[in-house]
Design a protein around this ligand. Structure first.
Ligand code: HEC
Length: 490
């Protein structure tokens, strides 16, 4: 009992000087609309909780990490295998960043669909977009700090995109990398960004975001037909809270606490089960990796860049992101009043659905990047026997050439091989003999020309083999301008 009294006395002494008690009470007890204590309103607080975990685990990691080109990778290996629990802190931090990005996106979609960005909360949204950008910046710089093969090539790609800007391109590359190439200076810069610059911004804007949420009040549950106007909204909100408000703590905070607890629990489990993320192979510029993969939240961008037709690339890479970011900032100014409920805003629902579908599909494509050749595809998988049965010696020779000229790095046969080009299993059903010859000799459409690398006899053999590539019940394609070729020569 004496101990309790001591603690109380210390508390009273502090409160007299800090005046924190009343501030905390004000925050905890401020009334919120009864309708906002919903399971839909829990994602923002959960994001904040994961951010706090990231700060704690991040500080732990920074005490061991070596921000130098010749020590970064080794220090992560040290954390993974030697430092007690080092692997677990890395796992928490790595998966925590995934959790944070995911929660933040859900929060954003919820806010948008519930019209919470509308008057008078425009600046809360703007601060939120800054937080989105900061978080993605943290995710990207964090991935670079891993300094493995993926990080090295990912950064290389990022820098070469920036380098395409007219006039200032080389300057920007210099600024990002600390020189024209990825070296020790690069890592120092990313370390400074990841632990000082972006976290500083992030915390400042979290402060602003929360301040605004408290000042302006939590968005009420939107009802179709309840229109937001600049003249009346504030008064209506005040009346609503007076008539039907509840203190934030514990009424609304209960659900936040339960959900944040569940999130931390799943993070703790996921980190233990999945382990730390990387580092992959040590960065080595002499190993040309054909599929450097960014972390999942950048996979969709990676797919976009891979799929863009080459002539649009530079333009879209430089113009696309500023427009997209500008539009995000502009959302509350484009639709700052009017209906809040998603049920009365079909356009908003369609936009969200389209964006999510596009990002989802692109992310899915990015996980197996079908546009990249698989350099070893042909060594593992022999030509399936079905394609060899009853073939002439010339055709068999073609099959061998397809294998040894590594066509299967890009083309699959029997479901195995690269997916950069079309599967070869039904080529003859689609292309005539002449078209096949032209494609092989001249290449085109992202296929190299093989004219100089194959003798005419070899081309002949390959074409003979590919000529057999049509479903048994379907004849091979032929040129309608010519009479059908005799069976022996196809
Ligand atoms: C670097 C990847 C790559 C390699 C290696 C490659 N191709 Fe291709 N190939 C492609 C792409 C991409 C296309 C699609 C071209 C287009 O859409 O115009 C294609 C198209 C073709 C087509 C037309 C297929 C159709 O159904 O439209 C044939 C036939 C073909 N390649 C044969 C070969 C042969 C034979 C080799 C080996 C000597 C080879 N390719 C090596 C990428 C490759």
């Amino acid at each position: 009992m004496a101990v309790m009294q001591r603690i109380k006395a210390v508390g009273a002494w502090l409160d007299e000087r800090l005046q924190l008690g009343s501030t905390i009470a004000e925050v905890a007890e401020h009334p919120v609309p009864r309708s906002s204590a919903s399971w839909w309103y829990i994602f923002g607080s959960a994001t904040l909780v994961v951010l706090i975990m990231q700060i704690v685990t991040g500080i732990c990691l920074a005490t061991v990490y070596t921000p130098a080109a010749n020590g970064a990778w080794e220090s992560l290996i040290y954390l993974n295998y030697q430092q007690p629990l080092g692997w677990y802190i890395r796992a928490l931090h790595g998966w925590g960043s995934n959790f944070m990005v995911a929660l933040m996106l859900v929060h954003m979609v919820q806010v948008f669909l519930f019209g919470a960005h509308k008057y008078p909360r425009e600046l809360t949204w703007v601060a939120g977009i800054v937080l989105l950008l900061c978080t993605l910046g943290m995710a990207f710089t964090g991935q670079v700090l891993r300094f493995d093969q993926d990080a090295y090539w990912g950064l290389g790609i990022g820098a070469s995109i920036a380098g395409r800007s007219p006039l200032i391109g080389p300057k920007i590359v210099d600024l990002i990398l600390g020189g024209p190439i990825i070296a020790g200076e690069t890592l120092s810069r990313f370390f400074a960004l990841h632990v000082f610059v972006i976290p500083g911004l992030l915390l400042a804007f979290v402060g602003l975001h929360l301040f605004l949420v408290l000042r302006l009040g939590i968005n009420e549950w939107p009802m179709p037909g309840r229109i937001v106007t600049r003249e009346k909204y504030r008064q209506q909100y005040k009346e609503l809270v007076q008539r039907d408000g509840e203190p934030f703590f514990p009424f609304a905070a209960q659900k936040d606490i339960v959900f944040a607890g569940l999130i931390i629990l799943s993070l703790v489990v996921v980190a233990a089960v999945m382990g730390p993320i990387g580092p992959g192979g040590q960065p080595d510029p002499t190993i040309i990796q054909t599929v450097p993969r960014p972390d999942f939240f950048f996979l969709w961008l990676f797919s976009v860049f891979a799929l863009l037709p080459p002539w649009t690339e530079t333009f879209l890479m430089l113009v696309g992101p500023p427009i997209a970011i500008g539009l995000l900032f502009a959302v509350p100014f484009l639709s700052g009043t009017g209906e809040k409920s998603w049920r009365a805003r079909p356009f908003a629902v369609v936009i969200v659905t389209l964006i999510l579908l596009a990002i989802g599909t692109l992310t899915w494509l990015g996980t197996y990047s079908p546009w990249s050749p698989q350099m070893e595809a042909w060594t593992e998988a022999p030509v399936p026997p079905d394609y060899l049965k009853g073939r002439t010696p010339l055709e068999l020779q073609g099959a061998i050439l397809i294998q040894y000229k590594q066509c299967r790095n890009c083309h699959s046969l029997g479901g195995q091989g690269g997916m950069r080009g079309p599967a070869l299993g039904d080529t003859a059903a689609r292309l005539t003999r002449d078209e096949i010859i032209r494609q092989i000799v001249q290449g085109g459409g992202n296929m190299p020309a093989y004219g100089k690398n194959l003798s005419p006899a070899e081309v002949n053999a390959i074409v003979a083999f590919l000529g057999t590539m049509h479903p048994a019940n379907e004849p091979p394609a032929r040129d309608s301008a010519k009479p059908a070729e005799p069976a022996a020569s196809q």
